[in-house]
Write a protein that binds this ligand. Structure first.
Ligand code: NDP
Length: 472
């Protein structure tokens, strides 16, 4: 019997995407005059138009007193500043754009929107608005039956804590099926983040060592040189834990910690990630360091006595056979020494000392540099030429050229309009991630003030028991 006969081939590969889901035939952008729309969504729309993926109607809804022409001008300015403006593509996009000026708490806004949607049967509603308005918008859409056959994209953060996330889910599920709810986390649309998943499971050499036997610790850093960019009001409600730890950074952790997905259906990956989230232990307040950059309290719309963290570092444990006892250190902060996102996995030293210099030198590592440059790096020891058996650290670096990458928002919007959920957060993952950070929100750790241009409070080094890997 050949090996193939013993193991008859099943479906060959994981195939992302829905099978027969209808494509969205209109895109409605709530928050059309906002910061996110300007910085990310308009450039994504032009990309979608260029790729032939934009439906015939794109309707912006916001409060600003704009005409349709002013709205188009705003889109143009955004794409010229933030995207790759192309006159012909933009002209085609502009023909699809419409604008409805309206207050989200007034029924009339939705009446005009539903009229403008005409015969569209599968609108995609993108809620790029303050989270406090999510349920107001959803219930008003539903009151006019504009929710039927539609999909909804909800921006992060999904809730403020576990209870509010569950409440929001209840509202959403009252009107939308889970498969029509897209909880967006744009990190998941980034190519280098998707590459963590791909690299782990498209290669065989990693899996045998990807566990507590070989991994000493995992570090995840998201460092930003910028401050809060005048967004004091929003940031005061958020802080670093809600802004990025609960979503972007725990999502990256889940991609690193998950087991290989089982099966081929589109939910297989989210099932495996869901289990990884479930295994994350809620943070012990002693495993959290909070910081605030010096000068934060003088920012506009920030309280002079603000206790909001602009920096957080945590030590996370994972209760699974694979990861028991392996700490996952995660940190993020504003006004740090550099802007970089990366994962640094330190492997264990060899179990037996054969050469004098090995145990006292850094161990092997694997580095996923996610931005601003994209690098995959393997750090190992090799013998130094000459007499004796001593070595040095050598690095095998694979640089990745950005080239024709699809920007995250463009990719995610295209997926949502096709009904493909794979790169969106599922409700179990969102709940589990709130459960992880909840203790740090309920009983905040003391706040350390740190100097801008540093890597945050020294207490974060104490948490790690040494120096964090320097992403600069
Ligand atoms: P902004 O405050 O810049 O924009 C809010 C938008 O909502 C504006 O278009 C505003 O209209 C509209 N709006 C607010 N209240 C009403 C109302 N009562 N009636 C009608 N329109 C209203 O927010 P952002 O764009 O920064 O953020 C939007 C969402 O995206 C938030 O959930 C945020 O967490 C999330 N997000 C933002 C990111 C960013 O980089 N900005 C990154 C990731 C997520 P108008 O201004 O005309 O009054």
């Amino acid at each position: 019997m050949t090996q193939d006969q013993q193991n008859p081939p099943g479906p060959r590969a994981y195939r992302p995407g829905p099978d027969r889901a209808p494509k969205s035939d209109a895109l409605v952008l709530f928050g059309a005059s906002g910061d996110l729309a300007y910085r990310q969504i308009f450039p994504a729309l032009q990309g979608l138009e260029a790729a032939g993926q934009l439906p015939p109607r794109v309707i912006g809804v916001a409060r600003s007193e704009w005409t349709r022409e002013q709205f188009i001008e705003r889109a143009k300015a955004s794409i010229q500043e933030r995207g790759k403006y192309d006159e012909r593509t933009f002209a085609a996009l502009a023909r699809k754009l419409d604008y409805i000026r309206g207050e989200y708490l007034e029924r009339d806004t939705y009446q005009r929107l539903c009229d403008a949607l005409g015969d569209a049967k599968h609108a995609l509603y993108y809620l790029a608005i303050p989270p406090s308005l999510f349920d107001d918008v959803i219930t008003r859409l539903a009151a006019l039956k504009c929710d039927e056959g539609a999909r909804v994209v909800v921006e992060k953060p999904f809730g403020r804590d576990l209870v509010s996330a569950r409440t929001l889910d209840l509202v959403l599920h009252e009107y939308f099926r889970e498969r029509d709810i897209f909880r967006i986390d744009h990190f998941l649309g980034k190519e280098p983040v998707q590459n963590i998943l791909y690299f782990r499971f498209a290669n065989t050499f990693l899996e045998p060592i990807w566990n507590r036997t070989h991994v000493e610790r995992i570090e995840i850093t998201m460092a930003e040189q910028i401050g809060i960019n005048g967004r004091g009001r929003l940031y005061e409600e958020m802080g670093a834990i809600r802004d990025v730890l609960q979503n972007h950074l725990l999502q990256i952790a889940a991609l690193l910690l998950m087991d290989p997905p089982v099966g081929h259906d589109p939910e297989a990956i989210r099932d495996a990630k869901g289990l990884a989230f479930k295994a994350m232990r809620p943070l012990d307040p002693g495993d959290v360091v909070r910081g605030q950059f010096e000068g934060y309290r003088n920012e506009p719309d920030v309280s002079a006595a603000s206790d909001v963290e602009t920096y957080v570092a945590v030590r996370l444990y994972v209760d699974s056979w694979r990861w028991a006892g392996v700490p996952v250190f995660i940190r993020t902060g504003k006004k740090l020494a550099t802007t970089a996102n990366e994962v640094f996995v330190t492997l264990k030293h060899p179990p037996h000392e054969l050469f004098d210099d090995v145990m006292s030198s850094p161990a092997n590592h694997l580095r996923f540099r996610l931005s601003p440059d994209v690098v995959l790096e393997l750090g190992a020891r090799a013998k130094k030429p000459g007499a004796g058996l001593t070595g040095e650290m050598v690095q095998l670096d694979a640089f990745h050229q950005h080239g024709d990458e699809v920007p995250a928002y463009q990719r995610l919007l295209a997926d949502a309009m096709r009904g493909d959920q794979m790169l969106f957060a599922r409700t179990d993952a969102v709940e589990a991630s709130w459960r992880v950070v909840e203790p740090a929100l309920v009983k905040p750790a003391p706040l350390h003030i740190y100097k801008p241009g540093t890597f945050g409070p020294a207490a974060a080094d104490a948490l790690l028991g040494g120096n964090w890997h320097d992403p600069a």
